[in-house]
Design a protein around this ligand. Sequence first.
Ligand code: PHE
Length: 366
Amino acid sequence: MTSALPADLVELGREAGEAIEAAGDAASLEALRVSLLGRQGRLTGLLRDLGALPAEERRERGARLNRLKDQVAAAITRRREELEGAALDAALAAERLDITLPPRPSPAGLIHPISRTIEEIVAIFGAMGFSVVSGPDIEDDWLNFGALNIPEHHPARQDMDTFYLPGRHAGSLGGRRRVLRTHTSPGQIRTMRGAAPPYRVIVPGRTYRADHDATHSPMFHQCEGLAIDRAITLGHLKGCLIDFLRAFFANPSLPVRFRSSYFPFTEPSMEVDIGWDRRTGEIGGGKDWLEILGSGMVHPRVLANCGVDPRAWQGFAFGMGIERITMLKHGITDLRPFFEGDLRWLRHYGFSPLQPAILHEGLQPG
Ligand code: PHE
């Protein structure tokens, strides 16, 4: 028979229960556990004292003491879990990260009109099967002039106001003079010397001439085009450039005129004009013509200079000034701000990087 708990154990159980509930953190709970159940603890002491009791009394009190010890241990464990749970909840609340906060706005920047025009040229000619190649800004006078059928004393070498660099190419290049390329046409030579025909490439890039006023800059941009195959004719040249100009100026009925001209590296050669109104500046309107690019059928001697057999291959080339068509398209009247880095100008004429040149939607008019 188990009789009621002795008064001292009732008191101890009550005291221990209250103290455990009152423990506010893991450290004080641990101190409490040591003071009750540790080697010097009160309950441990009472259990040790059992040895002094008569057998009968010892069994009964021992059983009660052990039950009390188990209850106290269980209460401590429960309280510890409670405290740990509360600590975790507090940490979760304190360290909460609100991922729904909108990010701070960062300035997106703008695409320079030159880059935009190059993007548009690449999009239009890309759709016609042209790929983009590039050449170095520093060429030698053979690639910039000689191979293009512009001989040593040809006036074109002076007309182009060439920047010559000090020193000459060494070794196999046999003392050729180094120049800043005056046009992108050496891109034709590099393309033809680099691989067997056919070719269909455009070469956008920087070009240089010693010239500086409202419509000329010593550094400017051109885009070359070259299409060589077994039977490419002047008809292909015209169709290709008419399609390009109408797409670029976003005007499907833009008047385009081919006017006989002269370049040493094309035969026949043609200047290409578009219709505009001199008075209002409107592209496509009025009765006036505006020269916009140079073109022609690649001269057989240029093909031969590149190791391409002119009896088997023929085609056309063209070159245009990128600043010029950009100014016309967007009504920009002064060339100089293109290279001055004035953010106000760029904010006015720049393009959103989030709206790339996408051809199937049609390019936007200027
Ligand atoms: N290279 C010529 C220029 O700079 C343009 C051109 C290129 C003309 C290709 C005909 C063919 O003026």
